[in-house]
Design a protein around this ligand. Structure first.
Ligand SMILES: [Ca+2]
Ligand SMILES: [Ca+2]
Ligand SMILES: [Ca+2]
Ligand SMILES: [Ca+2]
Length: 592
C-alpha cells in the first residue's frame, strides 16, 4: 500500500490540467537518461506481495545464502520439480544475462528482490539487475511462467526483458528501464504490468520497435502476443510508438485500471503506434481510469492507428494533453485503421461524466493544421460514443479539432460534447469523406484569426464533396456552417449554409452552465422531448441514462428524444413552484 501511494506521489503530475493553451509539455530527452532513471528507481519502497512458493533459493554472500548468482540459482531450480522463488539480496551485485527457458528451470519461478540479507524475513525496495551488453537482461522463452517482484531491470542499450514463445511474465512492484526497448513480447507470449510497475526511460532508434514495449516481430506474421497494462509506460521514445509499438493481428494491448501511458515521444504515435492488424482494447474502471497523456509526436501525439484490420477500441480512457506537430494531436487513424472510444455502460470511472475524453491536445507546427483532437485519413474509421472533446487547439489557437478526409473515410460522433476548442469548425470533413453527428452538443468553440481576434467556430465544415450530416443535436456559439451541411432535429444559433428540417434557429438551448462546460439540459430547455427515433440512439446518453425519457409535462414535438449529448431524466416538475408560493397560477396546467 505504501509503495503504491509513494509511486503515485512521484509519478503522477499533481495537476493534470495545466494552463490552457500555453502549457508546457513533459519529458525532454535529457530527463530520459538512465541516470535520471536510477534516481527515480532508488526512491521505491517495499517489496514482494507474493508469498514464498515451493523452494526458496537465496542469493547473496552471507549466512543462509545458497546461490552466488541468479544463473546459479536457476541451475538449482532446475533440479526440483515444483515452483521456485529466488530471493535477491538487495546490496548484492547483479550483472548477468538471465535466460529462463525449459533448459534451465523447471516449474514457475519468481525472482523476488529487495531482501536485506539471506536471513531476512521480509523485503523492502527492489534489487537491480544491470546489463551493458547483449542479449537481453532477462530472456523468458519456451512457455515459462515467471514473476518479477521487486526487480529493476536496466538494459543499458539492449532489450531489458524479452518474453517469447508462449511464456507468461508478471511484473509486480518492478521497473524496466533504460533499455533499447524496455519489454519485447512476441510469439504468443503474455506480459502483465501491474499497477505499481513502470516501463520507463527506454529509447530505441529502430522503426520496428516501441520505446517502452514492443509487441510482435517485424517480418514475422502473427508473431505478436498479449500485453496487459495496469502500470505506467512513461518517458520512453522511438520512431514509431514512443510508449508502445504493436503489430500483427495476434498482438493485443489491453489497458486496465490504472494504466498510464505518458510523456513518451515518437515520430508516429507518441504514446502508442498500432499497425498491420494489431489490437488495443480495454480501459479503466473503478477508482482509476486509464490515461494516454502528455505524449508527443509529429503525427498522432497520443495514438497512431494504421493499416487494414488494425483496431483500437477503448473505453473509460482519457486521451489528453498530447501534442503533435502536424496532425492528430490526440489520435490519428490512417489506411483503413479503426479507432473507437466509448464510456463503459457497466463500469464507472473516477470522474464521471468525463470518463472518456479527447481533451487539451495540441498541434504545434505553424499553419492551419488539422485534427488537434482526432484526425482520420485514407480509409480510416473513427467512432466516438459518450466522449468529451474539449480544449483542443491548433497552432496559434486555430486549425481544426476533428477532421476527416478522403474516400471511404468516416467519423461517427454519437452522444458527444464538443466544447471550448480552438478550431475553425467544431468538426470538419473534406475530400469525399463522411462525418455524421447524432446527439451532439456543441458550444463555446472559437479560433484566433490571424493571431488577432477570436471568431466563433463554424458548427461544421464540409468541402471537396464531403458529406456532413447532423441529427438530434444542438450547435450553439457558432458562425453558421462552411460548405453544405445537412441536418434534421436540431437547435442551432445560426443556420447559414445549413439545410435542415425540424430545426429551431436562434433560440437558447437551455444548457445548464455552458461557460464552465456543463451542457446538460435545464428542465426548461426547448431541446426536451423534441425528436422521434428516426435516428435511433445507440445506447444511453452521455450520463449513461436512457434515451427517450418522456417528460409528461413537456409536449413531444416529434417524439420524446432530447437533442444533444444529454437526455434530461430529472423527475418531472409536476409542482414547479414547490407549493411554497401558494400561488396556484404558477402551477403547470397539466398538474392536478
Ligand atoms: Ca523447480
Ligand atoms: Ca426526453
Ligand atoms: Ca413529453
Ligand atoms: Ca442525462
Amino acid at each position: 500500500m505504501m509503495a503504491l501511494i509513494f509511486t503515485e506521489l512521484i509519478f503522477t503530475v499533481p495537476s493534470d490540467f495545466p494552463d490552457f493553451p500555453n502549457r508546457r509539455k513533459g519529458a525532454s530527452k535529457n530527463s530520459r537518461s538512465w541516470l535520471a532513471g536510477l534516481v527515480f528507481f532508488c526512491l521505491g519502497l517495499l517489496g514482494p506481495l507474493y508469498p514464498a512458493q515451493g523452494d526458496i533459493i537465496r542469493i547473496g554472500s552471507g549466512a543462509n545464502c545458497n546461490a552466488l548468482s541468479i544463473t546459479h540459482a536457476l541451475q538449482q531450480a532446475l533440479v526440483t520439480p515444483g515452483p521456485d522463488e529466488i530471493r535477491l539480496e538487495k546490496e548484492f551485485s547483479y550483472n548477468e544475462s538471465i535466460v529462463i527457458d525449459n533448459a534451465t528451470v523447471q516449474g514457475p519461478v519468481t525472482l523476488s528482490g529487495g531482501w536485506e540479507s539471506c536471513t531476512s524475513s521480509s523485503s523492502t525496495g527492489r534489487s537491480f539487475i544491470l546489463r551493458t551488453s547483449p542479449p537481453a537482461v532477462v530472456t523468458v522463452t519456451n512457455n515459462q511462467v515467471v514473476v518479477l517482484d521487486g526487480i529493476e531491470l536496466f538494459g543499458l542499450g539492449q532489450i531489458s526483458l524479452d518474453v517469447s514463445s508462449g511464456s507468461q511474465v508478471t511484473l509486480i512492484n518492478s521497473h524496466v528501464g533504460s533499455g533499447s526497448t524496455g519489454i519485447r513480447v512476441s510469439l504468443g507470449a503474455e506480459v502483465t504490468l501491474e499497477r505499481d510497475s513502470l516501463v520507463i526511460f527506454n529509447e530505441t532508434t529502430s522503426p520496428d520497435e516501441g520505446g517502452g514495449i514492443t509487441c510482435g516481430l517485424p517480418g514475422t506474421p502473427n508473431s505478436g502476443g498479449t500485453v496487459n497494462i495496469n502500470g505506467q509506460v512513461f518517458s520512453n521514445s522511438a520512431p514509431n510508438g514512443g510508449g508502445i509499438h504493436g503489430r500483427w493481428p495476434n498482438c493485443r494491448i489491453i489497458v486496465g485500471e490504472g494504466a498510464v501511458i505518458r510523456d513518451n515521444e515518437a515520430t508516429f504515435g507518441g504514446g502508442v503506434f498500432l499497425a498491420q492488424g494489431a489490437f488495443m482494447g480495454g480501459g479503466g474502471t473503478g477508482s482509476q481510469g486509464s490515461r494516454i497523456h502528455s505524449n508527443n509526436a509529429e503525427q498522432g501525439g497520443g495514438l497512431y492507428v494504421t493499416d487494414p484490420g488494425t483496431r483500437a477500441t477503448l473505453f473509460n480512457t482519457r486521451i489528453e494533453n498530447n501534442e503533435a506537430m502536424f496532425t492528430g494531436g490526440g489520435v490519428e487513424v490512417r489506411k483503413d485503421g479503426f479507432f473507437s472510444l466509448n464510456r463503459s455502460p457497466v463500469n464507472d470511472c473516477p470522474n464521471p461524466p468525463r470518463c472518456s475524453v479527447i481533451s487539451r491536445n495540441q498541434l504545434t507546427f505553424p499553419g492551419d493544421n488539422e485534427g488537434s483532437a482526432l484526425y482520420v485519413r485514407n480509409g480510416g474509421q473513427a467512432e466516438l460514443f459518450r466522449v468529451f472533446i474539449e480544449e483542443n487547439s491548433g497552432f496559434n489557437r486555430a486549425g481544426q479539432a476533428i477532421h476527416v478526409e478522403d474516400d471511404n473515410t468516416t467519423i461517427l460522433l454519437h452522444s458527444v460534447q464538443i466544447w471550448n476548442n480552438r478550431t475553425q469548425a467544431a468538426m470538419s470533413a473534406t475530400g469525399s469523406a463522411a462525418l455524421s453527428g447524432a446527439y451532439v452538443s456543441v458550444a463555446r468553440n472559437n479560433w484566433l484569426v490571424a493571431g488577432e481576434s477570436f471568431l466563433p467556430s463554424f458548427g461544421a465544415s464540409a468541402s471537396g464533396g464531403a458529406d456532413v450530416t447532423l441529427v438530434t443535436s444542438i450547435l450553439t456559439d457558432t458562425r453558421g456552417y462552411s460548405g453544405d451541411v445537412v441536418g434534421d432535429c436540431l437547435i442551432v444559433d445560426d443556420d447559414n449554409n445549413l439545410t435542415a428540417f425540424n430545426t429551431l434557429v436562434g433560440v437558447d438551448p437551455g444548457f445548464q452552465d455552458p461557460a464552465s462546460g456543463d451542457l446538460h439540459l435545464r428542465s426548461t430547455s426547448p431541446a426536451l422531448d423534441y425528436c422521434d427515433d428516426s435516428y435511433p440512439p445507440i445506447g444511453s446518453d452521455i450520463d449513461l441514462q436512457s434515451r427517450g425519457n418522456d417528460n409528461p409535462l413537456e409536449p413531444n414535438l416529434l417524439g420524446p428524444y432530447d437533442l444533444g449529448a444529454d437526455e434530461n431524466t430529472d423527475s418531472p416538475l409536476i409542482f414547479a413552484d414547490g407549493f411554497e408560493s401558494g400561488n396556484t397560477s404558477s402551477w403547470p396546467v397539466t398538474a392536478p
